[in-house]
Write a protein that binds this ligand. Structure first.
Ligand code: SF4
Length: 240
């Protein structure tokens, strides 16, 4: 379980300290929560995980405007949609920002040799572990806090998300500035600020992941119904 704290120059961050911060910030605008995070952790101990989905591109816009030096990384499984890589490139140009590529050393060919072809179609938990969770764990070792695009509305597993939490899985502070925002609020922000976004969202892909595991959703379906369709799986394993 680890020692359940991380320390900055000014403060020891524990689950209790995160809870107190969450209560203080829960009604704040996401930009103000990000400003708070930059002030608490400084740009070098803080990072944003970006999947290039719509929540994350809104956060990229807010964060770069506040402090362009905070690291932004993405998990490159080697199986992302072409449109996702193109969105990365459009954002990089618009914000003059390099996105840090985080990937497993295991190529898709090595994975097929060691675990069999198309592991995602047989054991998506193992595939997500190899291609997402393990590289993420390694990446987060360099920081004291990470920012995510989690919203309560996204799924029942996220319904209790707080704007600041102690991440029991990776043992650092987790900041979810959009926890209380609706999908409509995020899209309004994107439109008002002309943030580049993934065109797949206009083709009924509300939640984006790897190409083999993501399909468009039908009207009225849960926004995450297009992820790992056919499996009892709704999360990559990045979030508890
Ligand atoms: Fe593998 Fe699918 Fe997970 Fe991507 S989303 S890492 S392809 S199981």
């Amino acid at each position: 379980m680890g020692n359940q704290t991380v320390q900055t120059e000014e403060k020891v961050w524990s689950p209790e300290a995160c809870k107190a911060a969450a209560e203080e910030l829960r009604n704040s605008h996401p930009s103000d929560i990000l400003a708070w995070a930059v002030q608490q952790f400084g740009p070098s101990d803080l990072t944003l995980a970006c999947s290039f989905g719509y929540e994350d591109v809104a956060l990229v816009d807010m964060l770069v405007k506040l402090n362009p030096d905070v690291d932004i990384f993405y998990l490159d499984t080697g199986l992302l949609f072409r449109e996702t890589y193109e969105t990365r490139d459009r954002l990089a140009e618009r914000y003059q920002k390099d996105f840090i590529r985080v990937a497993t050393d295991l190529t898709l060919e090595q994975q097929a040799r060691e675990w069999g072809d198309q592991l995602w179609a047989r054991d998506p938990n193992q595939c997500c572990y190899l291609r997402k969770v393990a590289p993420l764990e390694k990446q987060l070792n360099s920081y004291r806090a990470w920012i995510t695009g989690i919203r309560r509305e996204q799924s029942p597993t996220r319904a209790n998300a707080e704007v600041v939490e102690w991440d029991t899985k990776f043992q650092l502070v987790k900041i979810n500035p959009l926890a209380f925002w609706t999908s409509e609020q995020v899209w309004s922000y994107i439109k008002e600020n002309e943030v580049p976004y993934n065109p797949l969202h206009d083709r009924h892909y509300p939640s984006l992941g790897c190409e083999p595991c993501t399909r468009p959703v039908k009207p009225g379906e849960d926004p995450r119904a297009g992820r790992w369709a056919g499996f009892m799986k709704t999360e990559c394993g990045l979030h508890k």
